[in-house]
Ligand binder design. Structure first.
Ligand SMILES: NC(=O)c1ccc[n+]([C@@H]2O[C@H](COP(=O)([O-])OP(=O)(O)OC[C@H]3O[C@@H](n4cnc5c(N)ncnc54)[C@H](O)[C@@H]3O)[C@@H](O)[C@H]2O)c1
Length: 285
């Protein structure tokens, strides 16, 4: 299916703010929505990257604006959302997507890393949601799309700070979905498993852990373009939670029905990763 002319026509002439749009999923959402005829307000702490995203949209005949934005700055987030409504007359979508990851043993993770991930991945989403929701309530329409993770639905040892904030994003999205529905507003939480993106290189790895160990121990990694399209398909269908691939569905189901078994399996995986990390550190590679 050509999604730009079929499945994604819902985005045509819509105004969409997307954070974390310089790379990975956010960049993919921005380009797909731009190609489908939406007006993309792309924001990221990395201005060069987000300018590149908008250049790609414009080269494909679409419309977009690039903004430098640190989602930790609540005033800046609110100002961008307010300016978008002032300039374009309304706000149809906000994708609160910017995020980082932290990997390591909890006893070794400095409190500064907790603060950083809470500020970006949780408070950043709260700021975007709060700023957009007020306008959407006034409009009587809109769709808030929060990028959580599979780690927001199942426990994820060695990723405790990440899992903590992602559970928070799912809680926020689900609670608001109930409140927002009678006001004509949809809220979706994106909860994918592993998708190829810049996040692995950007992961704050603590102690013996590193990107390679994370990659070697994940059950499979979805190509970025496939991940972006499957997630956007769920947004178009206004789903509550969008998850992929198959192993993510299995893990969610297992944790719901047999939580003890799910925890046992994830403990085994964490133990293997910890051992590998320690052995490699000893050997110096
Ligand atoms: N890739 C995966 O496997 C995966 C799986 C589940 C959920 N996610 C989530 O998807 C979202 C997007 O991540 P991605 O995988 O595309 O990674 P990515 O690193 O490719 O993109 C993240 C973007 O967020 C931006 N960013 C970081 N801190 C910021 C800040 N303070 N203010 C504004 N922008 C900031 C980065 O500059 C980057 O462009 C994240 O919330 C991540 O947790 C990713």
């Amino acid at each position: 299916m050509d999604r730009a002319t079929n499945g994604y026509r819902v985005f045509r002439d819509k105004i969409a703010v997307i954070t974390g749009a310089a790379s990975g999923l956010g960049q993919g959402f921005a380009i797909e929505i731009g190609k489908a005829g939406g007006m993309v307000v792309a924001a990221d702490i990395n201005f060069e990257g987000v300018a590149q995203t908008v250049a790609t949209i414009v080269a494909a005949g679409g419309k977009g604006e690039a903004h430098r934005l640190d989602v930790r700055d609540s005033r800046a987030v609110t100002a961008l959302v307010d300016a978008t409504v002032a300039n374009h007359g309304r706000l149809d979508y906000i994708f609160n997507n910017a995020g980082i990851a932290t990997l390591g043993l909890t006893e070794e993770i400095p409190i500064e890393n907790w603060d950083e991930i809470i500020d970006i991945n949780l408070k950043g989403v709260v700021y975007g949601t709060a700023a957009a929701y007020r306008h959407m309530v006034r409009q009587g329409s809109g769709h808030i799309v929060n990028t959580a993770s599979l780690a927001g639905l199942v426990p994820s040892p060695l990723l405790a700070p990440y899992s903590t904030v992602k559970f928070g994003v799912v809680g926020l999205s689900d609670s608001l979905r109930v409140e927002a529905q009678p006001k004509g507003i949809t809220v979706t939480a994106l909860c994918p498993g592993f998708i190829e993106s810049g996040i692995y290189g950007a992961t704050r790895s603590i102690g013996n852990f590193n990107e390679q160990i994370l990659r070697e121990n994940i059950p499979g990694i979805v190509p970025l373009d496939k991940g972006v399209r499957q997630l956007l398909d769920g947004v178009v269908r206004k789903k509550r939670i969008v998850t992929l691939p198959l192993y993510a569905h299995v893990m969610i189901w297992l944790y719901k029905i047999f939580p003890g078994l799910a925890l046992e399996l994830s403990a085994k995986l964490a133990e293997r990763q910890t051992q590998t990390a320690a052995e490699r550190a000893k050997r110096g590679n």
